[in-house]
Design a protein around this ligand. Sequence first.
Ligand code: TXA
Ligand code: MG
Length: 316
Amino acid sequence: MNRGNSTDISFAAGLLQNGKLVAIPTETVYGLAANALNADAVLNIFEAKNRPHFDPLIVHVGSIQQAQQLTRHISPEAQKLMEVFWPGPLTIVLAKKDIIPHIVTSGMDTVGLRMPSHPLTLELLAQLEFPLAAPSANPFGYISPTSAAHVAEQLGDHIPYILDGGECIVGVESTIIDCTSIVPRILRLGGLSVEAIEEAIGPVEINAISTSSPQAPGMLHSHYAPRKQLLLGNIHDLLHDHGPDVSILSFRDSYHNYRNIRLSESGDLHEAARNLFSAMRKLDADHHASIIAEFVPDYGLGRAINDRLKRAAYKG
Ligand code: TXA
Ligand code: MG
């Protein structure tokens, strides 16, 4: 395989045209992509990720026009969201056409669509005649990858090619909004804030509370999780109860006598989101027994960060 040049879009396109998998960069996290209209190709994704079949995949498109070809109805709110926020970290759930195989949507009648903003992947989509089904490129349940190296470490042996687009600039997965209901409903908090969405289309419902129900797979309690125990709360209290064999994931404060990663020294939630998953991976890989972490302010991207921290801490 051509592993020398890791930004060869034509090579990636060739593999995808032959039903093979390619890891692709997006602004949120890396995805593990296959031709969304080819059920056999999509099956490879589930196998490589060890992903349960009840968990539907997001379909990545290169244009709003391509989204129209895949869906039966686009509500005015959905149309507005596409115009304002695409390409970007927003997945919109709509009624699907039959052309999308059932395996992509876990048998559901709806499909989650997103136009990602990473230039390499937009160029790749422009070269292809089909959209790309792609979940995050991590083993099921583990922390999502925000660099090509993260993908290579865990799935390198299972994928023919990783398109290297550098580090993801958003760092948490897309926000998912269901536009098939009368009032649009947020299903997953993510890289686009609820505030920004409401400014564009008015009030939305938020139904992103974690469950262990397979109907809401991306919302499993335990997800995005390190292997070690992650304890969430007030850092001083946690240090008192669990120290000293811990590493600390803090928002802004530093803890000099400990292994410590701060998400954002200046308290910037975008920077914190960008650093979150790589920080969790680094602390998961060190020799300390557990990770202790604190919530960040609960607005804007802070809501998505807190959601991921809760899932990482959850032990079912
Ligand atoms: O940022 C992202 O969204 C990344 C990049 C690669 O685009 N992708 C991603 O995919 O996070 P994944 O598979 O890790 O999470 C997709 C989640 C599913 O777990 C499911 O909860 C939701 O999207 N989903 C997909 N299709 C859906 C549908 N038709 N209805 C409801 N939820 C859906
Ligand atoms: Mg995922």
